[in-house]
Design a binder for this molecule. Structure first.
Ligand code: FES
Length: 104
């Protein structure tokens, strides 16, 4: 978690037990941690502009790089764009000794 203090969000790719890889957004915002699958509900692709660039220009919403959908950071709800009303998939986690442990 300490490496999130200087930035709002980071992307991670983690292997699953079945051999597939899950792409995640881990976000530190207003002293809260949020973790979502890095998959836009519109087409299913990764959402960042470039590595670790998930926010819009104003830094208030998460933005999909492909068609510009805007998501509320606190719950992943799509506020604007082709998937309005859908949400990013939340990922279960817990924090132990300043480490984020993904439970998915
Ligand atoms: S792929 Fe994300 S808005 Fe279209």
């Amino acid at each position: 978690m300490n490496d999130l203090e200087a930035t709002d969000a980071k992307g991670y790719r983690l292997p699953r037990e079945d051999g597939s890889v899950v792409s995640l957004i881990v976000m530190h915002k207003d002293d809260n941690i949020f973790v979502y699958e890095n998959r836009c509900p519109h087409t299913g692709i990764n959402r960042e502009w470039q590595p670790n660039q998930f926010f819009d220009a104003g830094g208030r919403s998460l933005q999909c790089a492909t068609h510009g959908a805007l998501f509320r950071p606190e719950d992943g709800y799509c506020l604007h764009g082709p998937c309005t009303g859908d949400s990013l998939e939340p990922v279960s986690f817990r924090v132990v000794d300043s480490e984020i442990l993904i439970e998915a």
